[in-house]
Design a protein. Structure first.
Length: 200
């Protein structure tokens, strides 16, 4: 597990160093906004998430060919998590039914060079997250034990851009939160999410 922790940490640092060169420090104005809603995937809990994030585009391609380009953006997000278990579900007494999380993630985007009405893309990112609660309620006696407030945020998302300037986008993806065993407990959270974004 120590190797996994080191790998995730090294990968996060590599992302930051690679993408940090793509942005001027004076360029602090965000380039877009994304609104997201989703659900916790496993059946042991019933948690919904609503997320709002700001985006800073790198405005350069790390790799480019005649058919594909690899660019990306920085994502600063704020999420609200809420459990919908009722008393008959006998939720774990020591788990919180509400929490919030803030995250910062550099995200790579792979997409084709295309002038079509819909331009598909694949987003992959690894970042850091802070959540307000360590334990979230589920249907069992013990809560979802995240081990601590500091977590990693990992995402894999597919979607498409559209509009006259390709300024709008919709996407579906998987978001994972865990700490790579930095803390003594590491149960983790997995969400499936639908998002709508606007880039100005």
């Amino acid at each position: 597990m120590k190797k996994l922790t080191g790998f995730v940490f090294a990968l996060s640092i590599a992302f930051m160093s690679l993408t940090g060169q793509a942005m001027e420090l004076s360029d602090l104005k965000p380039d877009g906004i994304t609104v997201t809603h989703g659900k916790y995937i496993p059946s042991k809990a019933d948690i919904s998430t609503t997320r709002l994030s700001l985006r800073w585009n790198w405005n350069r391609n790390l790799l480019e060919s005649s058919s594909w380009k690899l660019g990306g953006y920085f994502d600063l997000g704020y999420s609200r998590w809420r459990s919908h278990l009722s008393e008959k579900d006998q939720p774990s007494p020591n788990g919180a039914d509400k929490a919030w999380a803030a995250s910062f993630t550099p995200v790579f985007r792979l997409e084709p060079e295309s002038s079509a009405m819909l331009v598909p893309f694949l987003d992959v990112g690894v970042g850091v997250s802070y959540q307000s609660e360590k334990d979230l309620e589920k249907k069992l006696k013990s809560p979802i034990n995240m081990g601590g407030h500091t977590q990693f945020e990992i995402r894999t998302v597919v979607g498409a851009r559209f509009g006259d300037q390709k300024q709008f986008e919709f996407s579906y993806g998987w978001f994972h939160y865990s700490n790579a065993n930095i803390h003594s407990q590491n149960e983790g959270l997995d969400f499936q999410l639908l998002s709508f974004g606007w880039n100005w």
